[in-house]
Design a protein around this ligand. Structure first.
Ligand code: GLV
Ligand code: MN
Ligand code: MN
Length: 413
């Protein structure tokens, strides 16, 4: 059986979803690029002799269960979708590294006591339907299925439309108890997001926790009018309210952090009608807020919204806020982290334990089964950007680490 090389696999994936307009890669749930990524997953996993399936929630799975491998699987993997104009590694690195690690275990004649199952989780970034970790949340039963079916994308297509067009049954989505119970643990490898490993001169790290985080959609309605003919004192311009909200996000997060590690960002804005010579009638913007604990995020968002409401009153605009997602703080399983640290020690010595501010499917699953993450050093720390990267040597080190971890976690018969 051939050994799958992670770097070659990333090179094969590089043309898929390359975004000529934004730069980087845009691969969104069940669009053309995502379907090509999913087809690649089926081909790559099948070429290794793994059993490939797609579940009712559009997650893909590839299982290695040789004779004698019994009980719930040791699960690994990540996601193949991206943010708009994202980097090459978040999250394909985790998927190709998982395939590479399993191919090496097969090639070396490892006889696992438990199956290994590789996941490609659907819509991890929430770039199409606004809710991150949609596939893992559905699997875990953490999100209302009627709400999901009603989600719409930027073109107005619903989740039901997207699933139906892909030949999937939107009526079947939701908690998948048997699949959850058939996982003993989940270990996700991911490119580091932030720059903690470089100063420690460590190629890999083990995750400790994820900041609490969420997304809020703010809609500001004013009065559309002519940019030249409308006196300044008679305008109701929602753009001013949007600008005040962006300022409030930075100012309120700065005032709170430290010690709450608060951060707030407005990275997405829709202006209606969007003419350069028209005062907007409506502006929609999205606040991404994160902090150490759930309550810190709630306080931060309440302060930003209160500032935004004051700006709306001053400008004679209406303002509404809708929570699109909330992910509670995650603590990864310390015992599993210790087992992984021990498995890595012969090659990597003491592996640093680091927290992260980025969300992951592993964070969703952490509420349901023992979960851990491995991070691969990112020299600049940049992510959700075309400039995200890791050196070839570190990508290889990540595969080594995941192979060692999976070998140890599945035991030898
Ligand atoms: C996902 O990468 C997130 O943290 O938003
Ligand atoms: Mn991401
Ligand atoms: Mn990711």
């Amino acid at each position: 059986m051939p050994v799958l090389d992670a770097l070659e696999s990333l090179a094969e994936l590089a043309p898929i979803g390359a975004d000529d307009v934004r730069g980087g890669w845009s691969r969104h749930l069940l669009d053309d690029a995502d379907r090509q990524m999913r087809a690649w997953f089926v081909r790559a996993a099948s070429s290794l002799g793994l059993d490939v399936e797609e579940d009712a929630n559009a997650n893909q799975w590839a299982t290695w269960a040789p004779a004698g491998a019994e009980g719930p699987a040791v699960a690994t993997g990540s996601h193949l979708d991206s943010v708009p104009g994202g980097g090459p590694l978040d999250g394909p690195l985790g998927v190709v590294s998982a395939l590479a690690a399993v191919s090496r275990l097969i090639a070396e004649g490892h006889a696992p006591a438990h199956p290994i199952r590789i996941a490609n989780f659907a819509e991890e970034e929430g770039a199409r339907f606004g809710v991150p970790c949609l596939g893992s949340q559905l699997l875990a039963g953490d999100i209302d299925t009627d709400r999901v079916r009603g989600l719409t994308d930027a073109s107005g297509a619903t989740y039901v439309d997207a699933m139906t067009a892909a030949g999937l049954d939107p009526a079947a989505i939701g908690r998948d108890a048997s699949r959850l119970e058939d996982m003993a643990l989940y270990l996700e490898l991911h490119v580091e997001q932030g720059r903690q490993l470089a100063p420690l001169e460590a190629p890999v790290g083990i995750a400790t926790s994820i900041l609490a985080h969420g997304r809020w959609r703010v809609t500001v309605t004013g009065r559309g009018d002519h940019a030249g003919a409308t006196e300044l004192d008679s305008r109701r311009d929602p753009m001013l309210v949007a600008a005040a909200t962006v300022e409030a996000a930075r100012g309120r997060a700065l005032a709170a952090a430290p010690p709450t590690r608060s951060r707030a960002t407005v990275g997405k804005l829709q202006v209606v009608p969007g003419g350069s010579n028209a005062i907007a009638s409506e502006v929609r913007l999205w606040i991404d807020a994160r902090a150490e604990h759930d309550a810190d995020v709630r306080v931060l968002v309440a302060r930003i919204v209160s500032d935004a409401e004051a700006a709306a009153r001053a400008e004679g605009c209406e303002l509404t806020v809708a929570e699109e997602s909330f992910s509670t703080r995650v603590e990864f399983d310390p015992e599993l982290a210790d087992r992984i640290g021990a498995a890595l020690a012969p090659t990597f010595g003491e592996v640093p334990r680091i927290p992260t501010g980025a969300g992951h499917d592993a964070g969703i699953l952490a509420a349901h089964l023992p979960t851990a993450m491995l991070f691969v050093r990112n020299p600049d720390g940049v992510s959700h950007s075309p400039h995200e990267g890791a050196s070839d040597a570190d990508i290889r080190a990540g595969v080594d680490a995941l192979t060692d971890a999976l070998r140890a976690l599945t035991g030898d018969r």
